[in-house]
Design a binder for this molecule. Structure first.
Ligand code: HEC
Length: 507
């Protein structure tokens, strides 16, 4: 919606139109909280507002060595899209900015902030931003590109700020304004450059537009980048055909880098990044343009790579992280994706939780819909809880934690007590992983528990036999997919579970 409005706005009216577009997207203001809301595996989660009054916060980092018993996440540095870097110290957001990046750079919008892997010893912070500059072809007008910058942090101050890399992505169109950066295990940096509403450049290796770039921490180009030696190709390119990179995360089980990007009206996607891959924008996409026209006749063409997961309609994805902590025991290795607006309807931003097994995605749950916020960013704190940033003029830092048996918040639409029996009815064994593959009534990866109960009458022999299969795993009875072993389950516990399943068909 934002981009459609911008397209139809003349340059003179740009600010007015942008303000109107933003107002349409805002939705209702955030209340004071805290709220206790429902979720499938965890049953109840609590959302607390830790800070507010940030102008469209975009990125955040936890400063190592600052955690205390009272403030277990320690001090946090946050970026505001409008240029300021703020400090959340000892549980309070400081009024004065650490630095206003507009005072240092010709900055149009500030995006991400990340710690250098050796931050503890070198104090280096990295940033991405949209930079304005003179028309590279001469002449006047508004020109922007994406830049990677760094600075040195010490004693609550950031100095020595300078550009590390300025992308070859100059355009008079800011289009798809976002850029995240990500340190790989080898210390090199991935950094996204958006599509600038240019429909040819993302498929051209002579431009940084619509690409993920890979650089060393000093901005030089690693010698093992995929297009080095290819005639006419830019050496910094890591992957291409990326529309607008919103975030990166590392899969804790495989070590792969997963990348999140915005489609237009449909076609938001998560890609598993491999050097040299072409992710298809705009020749292969599930997306439609804002006027409803399909972008590409089919979502895949030869030479491009399909996304691992995608959304139609778009949920305006913005942040992603795998959960690796212990606080939400049942969310381990789940992928969290933030949404700012779903299906172009204001006030529909939320958080999605995606569950995988070894075959791929098995479940998606929408969380926090009842708060009606645009959620920009999600990260796991040093304390193992999840922290979110909302994308509003009065942007907030939120904390998510398990709520135990606290009553659900009835005052918030969508969080009603009736959600509980429904959850219990599908999630029969909340302490086990069974519900990843089994539902009571539906066939999922495995047969429904109802069908199992129909097949095996409730006898001691059947209970023993099924308990044994639950422990050892089983194959070939219901289909090609084997059932995983549960070697850690004690025989008694397995018998109790098997009996409960078979009791579904007890007269
Ligand atoms: C990763 C997916 C997965 C998980 C997790 C899983 N199962 Fe299964 N389960 C299957 C599949 C697939 C089958 C069918 C296997 C076959 O064809 O024999 C199955 C079959 C079964 C059967 C029927 C076996 C038979 O011989 O008819 C039972 C009972 C069962 N599962 C119980 C459980 C319980 C209890 C849990 C949790 C402790 C669980 N499963 C976890 C995938 C899973």
């Amino acid at each position: 919606m934002f981009r459609v409005l911008l397209r139809h706005c003349s340059l003179l009216l740009l600010t007015v139109c942008a303000a109107a577009a933003l107002a349409q997207q805002e939705g209702p203001p955030l209340g004071a909280g805290p709220w206790v809301l429902p979720s499938f595996e965890e049953a109840r989660i609590k959302v607390t507002v830790l800070a507010r009054g940030m102008d469209h916060p975009f990125g955040m980092v936890y400063l190592p060595g600052t955690a205390t018993k009272e403030f277990p996440i320690g001090d946090v540095l946050l970026t505001e899209r409008t240029g300021k870097i703020r400090l959340f110290k000892q549980g309070k957001l400081q009024d004065a900015a650490v630095v206003d990046m507009k005072d240092v750079f010709p900055l149009e919008q500030l995006f991400d902030i990340k710690l250098h892997p050796q931050f503890a010893t070198n104090g280096l912070l990295y940033f991405t931003y949209i930079k304005t500059g003179p028309n590279p072809n001469g002449g006047k007008g508004y020109w922007v590109t994406t830049a990677l910058a760094r600075g040195h942090y010490a004693g609550g101050k950031i100095d020595n700020l300078k550009d590390v890399y300025v992308a070859k992505a100059w355009s008079s169109n800011i289009g798809g304004a976002s850029s995240r950066l990500h340190f790989l295990k080898d210390g090199t940096i991935l950094f996204g450059v958006s599509h600038r509403i240019d429909t040819s450049a993302p498929q051209e290796l002579t431009s940084d537009i619509g690409k993920v770039l890979r650089l060393k921490d000093d901005g030089s180009i690693p010698t093992d980048n995929p297009f080095i030696g290819k005639e006419g190709a830019l050496r910094e390119i890591y992957t291409w055909g990326n529309r607008s990179v919103m975030d990166f995360t590392t899969n804790p089980l495989t070590g792969e880098v997963w990348e999140l990007e915005n489609g237009p009206q449909g076609g938001d996607e998560v890609n598993i990044l491999k050097p040299g891959n072409n992710y298809g924008w705009p020749i292969a996409t599930y997306g439609r343009d804002y006027d409803g026209k399909r972008f590409s006749p089919q979502p895949w063409v030869e030479g491009t790579v399909l996304p691992e997961i995608y959304w139609v309609p778009s949920i305006t994805v913005a942040g992603l992280t795998f959960y690796t902590g212990d606080k939400f025991a049942k969310w381990k290795n789940n992928l969290f994706v933030t949404s700012m607006i779903k299906g172009r309807v204001p006030g529909t931003g939320h958080l999605e939780r995606v569950v995988f097994n070894e075959n791929g995605e098995v479940r998606r749950e929408e969380l926090l819909n009842s708060l009606h916020q645009r959620i920009r960013y999600v990260s796991q704190g040093p304390d193992g809880l999840l922290y979110l940033l909302t994308d509003h003029k009065d942007g907030a830092l939120l904390r998510l934690e398990p709520a135990g048996s606290e009553p659900l918040d009835a005052g918030v639409a969508g969080s009603v007590e009736v959600a509980q029996p429904a959850i219990a009815a599908i999630n029969m064994f909340p302490d086990q992983d069974c519900n990843t593959c089994h539902r009571v009534e539906e066939k999922l990866v495995g047969p429904s528990f109802r069908d199992i109960a129909k097949k095996y009458p409730l006898t001691n022999t059947n209970v023993t036999q099924l308990a044994d299969k639950i422990i050892k795993g089983s194959t070939g009875v219901w289909g090609e997919t084997p059932m995983v072993a549960h070697a850690a389950l004690k025989a008694d516990a397995a018998r109790t579970i098997a009996r409960k399943i078979l009791e579904l068909e007890k007269e």
